[in-house]
Design a protein around this ligand. Structure first.
Ligand code: GLU
Length: 445
């Protein structure tokens, strides 16, 4: 490793002690953009990378609320406003017990590059809370969302910071947060994306991350002269992203044989399609966070406490959460003939897993693969500003076009001398250039 790069990484470690996920995300980006950075002394002089790894602002706040038993609960809320060089801070809100400053800093950092890749004018941010929605009543979720926004409202706005959903935050939660924001500000604005269709939401937004991921995989395969038709796919998770990915993969002729939850995974050798995809939605809405009922409903196998990566598949698409696929999983997948891993979750692979998959098979990182979600959020912002709504066909066409563009960017910056594509490098440099140029143009701020 270049000694200057090591010094840089050591310094980031020193300043952010114990923030493992954040350090993992920074290290991956720094390692892949370093040569490019060294070749551009003007970036170094302006300390672009040093500035990029420092969030512009971190907001951390108390979220007190009252549960159905009348007991007071206290959660912690965050918004990490990472980088506004190319547009207002933009990124989801995550409600999950694993949420911490480290996980949101990693997500906000990744979001900055992802949003840049979409070619839309959106900066990077991420927020959330350690609130766990599992088993909570509708009233509790509403009261929590209102308490969360009663602090966050003063920091966000349609031209400042535009949150959206993420794990644990879907249309219901966005509705409650939007309602509270509107009441406090007395303004009806496009301050959130992922809104209900009735009040400014975009068509395709719920499906966008999963659809976009499959459009991206289609481009990866096309480059090798292959298609999705007849391919067997392992998907993890069973939420919004997994549901969109399964629907589109099946439509394009692939067979998805697994989905998973915190309880384990189901293996459906005939493929998840038709009413089974609708059943996924029901499972998610049941608020129980388990997939076992799928196995009982359709008479297939359930593997308690296991991950789907032990099955024989052509393609693996992690769709659940960070670091859900490790080096051992990659080895098992390769042994069983897997050719391609595409992260639909943010940083779905551990650092070792991503490196091994890049070397041995084909690997694409979340910031490229899952950018379709935030891309359609960007389209929702455009529609809100114009006060009109595009049709399903119009939005889908734009989404496809954006995913093809991101793929082209990865190819442009990630082509290796032997003709292979290093998607990690391509996505990181591609995302970096636009943000770096915007920061250069705006001076030292
Ligand atoms: N949470 C999604 C992501 O990780 C979407 C963010 C958004 O739409 O702002 O990209």
């Amino acid at each position: 490793m270049d000694s200057k790069m090591q010094v840089f990484i050591n310094e980031v470690q020193r300043k952010n002690p114990g923030e493992e996920e954040f350090l993992q995300a920074v290290q991956e980006v720094v390692e892949t953009v370093w040569d490019f950075y060294r070749e551009n002394p003007r970036y170094q002089k302006a300390k672009i990378l040093e500035r990029m790894v420092e969030p512009e602002r971190v907001i951390m706040f108390r979220v007190p609320w009252v549960d159905d038993k009348g007991e007071v609960q206290v959660n912690r809320g965050f918004r990490v406003e990472f980088n506004s060089a190319i547009g207002p801070y933009k990124g989801g809100i995550r409600f999950h017990s694993s949420v911490s400053l480290s996980s949101l800093k990693f997500l906000g950092f990744e979001q900055t590059f992802k949003n840049s890749l979409t070619s839309l004018p959106m900066g990077g941010g991420k927020g959330g809370s350690d609130f766990n929605p599992r088993g909570k009543s509708d009233g509790e979720v509403m009261r929590f969302c209102q308490a969360f926004i009663s602090e966050l409202f003063r920091h966000i706005g349609p031209d400042t910071d535009v949150p959206a959903g993420d794990i644990g935050v879907g249309a219901r939660e966005i509705g409650y947060m939007f309602g509270m924001y509107k009441k406090l500000r007395n303004q009806f604005t496009g301050v959130f994306t992922g809104k209900g269709r009735e009040f400014g939401g975009s068509v395709i937004r719920p499906e966008a991350t999963g659809y976009g991921a499959i459009y991206f995989v289609r481009e990866m395969l096309a480059l090798k002269g292959e298609s999705l038709a007849g391919k067997t796919i392992a998907v993890s998770g069973f939420g919004n992203v997994a549901w969109g990915a399964v629907s589109k993969a099946v439509e394009l002729g692939a067979k998805v044989v697994t989905i998973s939850g915190p309880d384990g995974y189901i293996y459906d050798p005939n493929g998840i399609s038709g009413e089974k995809i609708d059943y996924m939605l029901m499972l998610r809405n049941s608020n129980n966070d388990v997939v076992q009922p799928y196995a009982e409903q359709f008479g297939v196998s359930f593997f308690a406490g296991k991950k789907p990566w032990e099955q024989k598949v052509d393609i693996a698409i992690p769709c659940a959460i960070q670091n859900e696929l490790n080096e051992t999983d990659v080895k098992t997948l390769i042994k069983n003939g897997c050719q391609l891993i595409a992260e639909a979750s943010n940083m779905g692979c551990t650092a070792d897993a991503a490196i091994l998959a890049t070397e041995k098979i084909t690997f694409a990182p979340g910031k490229a693969v899952n950018a379709g979600g935030v891309a359609v959020s960007g389209l929702e912002m455009s529609q809100n500003s114009m006060r009109l709504s595009w049709t399903r066909e119009e939005v889908d066409e734009k989404l496809k076009h954006i995913m093809i563009n991101i793929h082209n960017t990865c190819v442009k910056y990630g082509k290796t001398p032997d003709g292979k594509i290093n998607y990690m490098k391509g996505a990181n440099i591609g995302g970096f250039v636009k943000v770096a140029e915007a920061m250069m143009a705006q001076g030292i701020v």
